[in-house]
Design a binder for this molecule. Sequence first.
Ligand code: HSE
Length: 311
Amino acid sequence: MLKGKSNLEQRRVKVIVPATTANLGPGFDTLGMALGLYNIVEMEMTHGAGIHVAVEGEGTGALPLDDTNLVCRAASTLWKRVGFPTDGFSVRLKNNIPLARGLGSSAAAIVGSLTAANLLSGGRLSDDEILALATEFEGHPDNAAPALFGGFVVSVTDGGQVRAMQLPVPPKLRAVVAIPEFELSTDSARRALPKQVSMQDATFNVSHAAMLVGALATGQLRFLRYAFRDKLHQQYRAALIPGLAQVMEAGEAAGARGVVLSGAGPTVIAFYTERELGGAIGKAMQRAFAASGVESKILLTSLVSHGARVA
Ligand code: HSE
């Protein structure tokens, strides 16, 4: 949830924004959670001095350093919408979220930018309006909503309106991610999906997503093994991610309650409850990726209840 000063005098702001995992298996374009891995967006009004961008960490040398940077485009769009004239600003990005891996790096850039730009222009937009604008940029709300609100978020787009419901994450639930060395753009991962699915597969996902939300919301974690299953996107994306099925099986065999593709991939995320199993689950997934010729990095991460906030 957005916190911090919102006065017209503020000229500089630093926002910390979490990585996110979207879909959670059956909740395609709907479910997401915030992870304990962060980017920092620092923004300063520098009247008359043009646009300056500096990047540290992930994306250094790859992200554009001019007004085409996603952070600049998001901020400029917000200022135009609220009628806030600007003639120069600088942005400093400290990025820990790897790009194009299914960990919400673009949602973090957009939400971090919109949160900062909103504060610098007097905080005229509500959180719901920021989410709507972030969803225009992303095309779907399932990363942007947990990046903004934190925790476990169910998002619905209906009649052009985005509604997001934040739910608590069961305190016992933990996650370990296997992040492959290669990038996969969301665009190509979406192009792999069919235009139509069968009623049977749609029903499978509706029932599993409903059980997943119920299990997480009530803490009935014994249902998670079934609830994380999906038939709408993972099987189609498997062709783009060598070893995906084996990595998911290896994580489950090592004790995870559920193993799913994180967002559009290629990262795989395993959810577990017994603290001591995290390392073994991670190693099992890493070995399974390696058996398919894919190097990966393992990260044990917490599931965090806070979203974007002033640092
Ligand atoms: N729900 C989206 C997808 C997440 O799976 O394509 C991508 O960030």
